[in-house]
Design a protein around this ligand. Structure first.
Ligand SMILES: [Zn+2]
Length: 421
């Protein structure tokens, strides 16, 4: 009996060992995004950037846009902190409420990517490596109850306000970026956080000081080396650990003609940004579409397999750039006489329907929930729809277009011009 028990446990152990070996464990999903401040797309393309080129060769490169919908409710200044927060929250300024670099009153109801991550995985570490302190303390709201009370486990920042280590003399911005990128490279190798944000500042500094001339081009080459250093750390993790990393690089705005010394406006060149990914399987929306910078949020969420709360998902202003995608670029117009909404969109594929829903409140903005009502269901491939909203009289509509693989939204804000008469 004893021998039989031994044999049985031996067989069981062998089976478990065999089974354990035969089942390769799923790689751990990790993501990092880098914002390099203030590089116009055409300038980036004209400067020699071997490190970025190497990542692009493995993955992809695309032009994108920001600034919200020019002249409408979501128009957002093409300013640094505003741009970072589009990436961080996946929505425009009318929602996240950051319009300037002073970040006075961010609306934390639109969860940062870090809060979303911690909502899914409270125990897994995240990191910020930044040449600007406010990114963590104000935009993410590290530790603030109103920002969810989440903590950034690993951070290397605050050097912009450390005037002892980095006196504000000629070239100090470059030194800070160098320090940040070295810290990031070391920490990524050793700590390997699940979600990271690196922010590099120097190219914007040279753009403001000199314009788009040799000094600016040189600063882009410096940033290229720093990104390369960070990418090598990620490659080290992928080669030595069972980890699957999404690595994205972007900028927070273009620069204004004629000399590139300024930005903040709505010119095409200021609104144009670029995005780089290390993934060879980016979707058609990334390759052929015209993605807004807010698309980085749902892209990273997808890669990490994060569950996005339904009400938050309805607010997102971007479209995933990996995996299946159905719909993008919603446009809306309103006929006052017939109280009819006209919608059109870009359809990616022919499968399925679009459920068109409408809410006439904006409770989400204040931490509440909006009730959406289904108005119509139309084939995705139609690319357009027209419907009466006479049954829902309002001067404000949040229109949600839900398709099989993603949803998009557009607001209708009706000016009461007649009231002024
Ligand atoms: Zn900037």
């Amino acid at each position: 009996m004893k021998t039989f028990a031994k044999l049985l446990s031996f067989l069981l152990a062998s089976f478990l060992l065999f089974w354990g070996c035969e089942q390769p464990s799923e790689p751990e999903k990790k993501a990092i995004y880098i914002i390099v401040d203030g590089i116009s797309a055409d300038i980036l393309e004209s400067v020699d950037t071997p490190n970025l080129d190497r990542i692009i060769e493995q993955g992809g490169y695309t032009h994108g846009w920001l600034g919200g919908i020019a002249g409408e409710y979501s128009e957002s200044t093409t300013i640094s902190a505003v741009g970072y927060n589009h990436v961080l929250t996946g929505v425009w300024s009318n929602k996240h409420n950051v319009y300037t670099n002073s970040i006075e009153d961010p609306n934390y109801n639109y969860w940062s990517l870090f809060r979303l991550f911690k909502h899914n995985h409270p125990e897994k570490p995240v990191a910020i490596y930044s040449s600007w302190l406010d990114n963590r303390t104000k935009l993410v709201g590290d530790g603030l109850p109103e920002a969810g009370g989440i903590n950034i486990d690993i951070h290397y920042d605050g050097f912009d306000v450390d005037t002892l280590a980095f006196p504000h003399e000629y070239g100090y911005v470059q030194k800070i970026d160098e320090h940040v990128s070295n810290n990031a490279s070391e920490s990524l190798r050793e700590d390997a956080p699940y979600l990271s944000w690196v922010y590099l500042w120097y190219p914007d500094d040279t753009g403001h000081t000199y314009g788009e001339v040799e000094e600016h081009f040189e600063s882009i080459k410096v940033a290229d080396e720093q990104v390369g250093r960070i990418y090598e750390a990620v490659e080290y993790r992928m080669e030595n650990y069972n980890e699957d990393w999404l690595f994205m690089v972007t900028t927070d705005h273009g620069r204004r003609l004629p000399d590139g010394r300024h930005h903040g406006g709505q010119s095409e060149r200021e609104r144009t940004i670029w995005m780089i990914s290390n993934k060879s399987d980016m979707n058609r929306f990334f390759d052929e579409g015209h993605p807004p910078i807010t698309s980085i949020y749902p892209t990273i969420s997808r890669h990490l397999g994060l569950d996005i709360p339904a009400a938050l998902k309805k607010e997102l202003d971007g479209v995933p750039m990996i995996g299946d995608v159905s719909i993008s670029d919603p446009e809306i117009s309103y006929d006052e006489e017939t109280q009819t909404i006209d919608l059109n969109w870009n359809a990616w594929g022919n499968d399925g329907d679009v459920n068109i829903k409408v809410a006439v409140t904006n409770e989400f903005s204040g931490g509440g929930e909006d009730q959406y009502e289904l108005l119509e269901t139309v084939p995705l491939s139609a690319g357009q729809a027209s419907m009466s909203v006479a049954g829902h009289p309002s001067d404000f509509y949040k229109v949600l277009l839900e398709a099989p693989h993603n949803s998009v939204n557009r607001w209708l804000v009706l000016d009461d011009e007649n009231d002024e008469d």
